[in-house]
Design a protein around this ligand. Structure first.
Ligand SMILES: [Zn+2]
Length: 267
């Protein structure tokens, strides 16, 4: 991250875990493997997300982020569903196997997991730095990312494309941002503004993801879901909202019926 942007590079404080409990309440390592006769899946068909299409049905998106890893056609690295609108059984991100993770079938230059970082950014309502439309110099609705004319590839030298889009931005494009198209090795941050937008997306569209406890082998989320009361938020002893569950630290679960539970994850 260039010095000029160090101060806006965010610790997003958004963490995922591999699920330890599946939708049936059984133990899992969070990974399923599906053999298929489909050579490569298309984004338009979206059939990797369905058993009937040779893929695998999603786990309920109120509790899980589904990531399908498969062979994608037409040179697409991956794609994602944004959080707004009708999200249902097709919700999640799809990543081509040659761009997923950091070892195995992964291939340079998309071999550091950044395709998934980028797509999960979309899944949490982030847009490309140059906007989501077909016009150049579009708006990503984040005010600490500079205006950008179009996508970048490879690994440019900083600064790149100074004063583009009729600006006086001598720092040029923020091409090392995860929401550009540069090589994995050249990407290294989201901004504070992008963090704010992602956390807003979680609270507005995906807040049920905060309510369960499917990461540590416990199935006690099921009692929350079966009861009439709904979890509003989790706070720490100082009343600050908690977005990730830490072990061995007491936290307070506030429900819509006015009740509060103190809980602590021990394992
Ligand atoms: Zn994208």
């Amino acid at each position: 991250t260039p010095n000029v942007w160090q101060s806006i590079a965010a610790d997003c404080e958004i963490e995922f875990c591999l699920a330890s409990t599946d939708p049936n309440g059984s133990s899992t390592n969070g990974i399923t493997r599906t053999q298929t006769t489909i050579n490569s899946f298309s984004m338009q068909g979206d059939s990797v997300k369905f058993n009937s299409g040779g893929g695998k049905d999603a786990w309920p998106n109120n509790n899980y982020l589904n990531i399908w890893v498969c062979s994608l056609n037409s040179q697409i690295l991956g794609y994602a569903t944004p959080p707004f609108g009708s999200i249902g059984s097709n919700d999640g991100v799809v990543i081509d196997y040659s761009n997923f993770g950091t070892f195995g079938t992964v291939q340079s230059p998309f071999n550091k997991g950044r395709t998934t970082t980028h797509e999960v950014g979309h899944w949490l309502n982030l847009e490309h730095l140059w906007g989501s439309g077909i016009v150049s110099c579009g708006n990503d609705n984040v005010n600490d990312t500079p205006k950008q004319e179009e996508e970048n590839y490879g690994c440019p030298a900083f600064p790149h494309n100074e004063n583009s889009c009729s600006t006086t931005n001598t720092n040029g494009d923020m091409f090392m941002n995860y929401m550009d198209y540069t090589n994995d090795a050249c990407m290294n941050f989201f901004t504070n503004g992008q963090k704010t937008r992602m956390i807003a997306a979680i609270n507005q569209y995906r807040s049920l993801l905060l309510n369960h406890n499917l990461c540590n082998g416990s199935t006690n989320t099921i009692e929350i879901e079966d009861s009439n009361k709904r979890l509003l938020r989790i706070v720490d002893v100082l009343g600050r909202r908690v977005y990730k569950i830490r072990k061995k630290i007491p936290m307070f679960y506030i429900y819509n019926d006015g009740t509060v539970e103190k809980r602590m994850v021990l394992e």
